[in-house]
Design a protein around this ligand. Sequence first.
Ligand SMILES: C[S@@+](CC[C@H](N)C(=O)[O-])C[C@H]1O[C@@H](n2cnc3c(N)ncnc32)[C@H](O)[C@@H]1O
Length: 229
Amino acid sequence: MKLLSSSALLWSPVVANNRMNRKRQASGINSYEKELHLKPENWLNGRLQQHGQATWLDLCCGEGNALLQYAREAAVNHQQENIRLKGIDLVDQFQLIPPDIHCLQFETRSLDNWTSDEQYDLVTCVHGLHYVGDKLHVLAAILKAIKSDGIFLANLDLKSIRIADDPQHQYLKKVFAGHNISYDGRRRIIRCEGPRDVSFEVKYQGADDQAGPNYTGQEAVDAYYVLSR
Ligand SMILES: C[S@@+](CC[C@H](N)C(=O)[O-])C[C@H]1O[C@@H](n2cnc3c(N)ncnc32)[C@H](O)[C@@H]1O
């Protein structure tokens, strides 16, 4: 099997795929609420009430509709000064930010080698990790970007993380348990409250963009590792 480097993966038709759903809203029918079983607005409004401010980082944000939905609500409620919303995606297919919205920023870039200077109340990655190469490197960076009483939620298919000689994902399960990171194997959702400094003791080998459809029915990317302990 020919494994792709992170830079080669960005040109893969599986990653640069126009058929993927980039349109989810924060809540409603096609939404983060449905995917993550948490209504972003409720979480962020709770932070606003408690701390007077709220921040949300949405990784692999697609068109950015989820952030925009909350930004519009903030504008109506005159709360924009207390809110900061950021979306990152490899592909520049973001919705236009209306002139009256100034609490939202989009950034076009890959998550490869991304790190965050800031921590956020809410960090989400909805059906984005399926297309990332070195998922564990990105995951370690994400886990640092959570505020002390913030939360991170993402769709994650453990089957797409192939660690040599560990088909049952014992290593990852142990690391997650050791850092109090919860993983719901039925819903395939990773959840973490508060930041974590996790160093995965693995060596990344490359990505397979020919892995075929994952549990979503869409073609996805598997990441290959060997343990380096
Ligand atoms: C299935 S879409 C989900 C978009 C959005 N979260 C939603 O639910 O509407 C996956 C997104 O991940 C983005 N993506 C894939 N690989 C990426 C990478 N390495 N870095 C940043 N974004 C990436 C794609 O461009 C795409 O917009």
